[in-house]
Design a protein around this ligand. Sequence first.
Ligand code: AMP
Length: 114
Amino acid sequence: MNDCLFCKIAAKEIPSDAVYEDEHVFAFRDINPQAPCHVLVIPKKHITHLADAQPEDQAVLGHLMLICANIARMDGVEASGYRVALNTNRQAGQSVYHLHAHVLGGREMGWPPG
Ligand code: AMP
């Protein structure tokens, strides 16, 4: 999508602190980290948010989840614990309208989330 920040990051038109890339997903460190580990994992395909995902996106979304787990392992937060969050629309706090999973870990987390 032409005017999408995360499409531009995945295309490397905008620099990021990338941690992983393959054919289907791109992962990079959040510019405003909320935890010692805070990585965003996005599909390269533009999907606005989870509510817009289609049956044909099933494989890439499943893949994206496994990559989240790999990143948490790589960042050393697997044993201590981590959270994967997909904020969807305004009240959930979505600010960038390209589906992204937040991988957060390395500190104690509250529940329910704020
Ligand atoms: P959300 O509020 O769930 O839509 O998450 C968007 C996230 O993108 C926020 O945590 C921002 O800090 C992060 N973000 C925005 N711009 C950038 C950027 N250029 N590089 C890395 N992370 C970004």
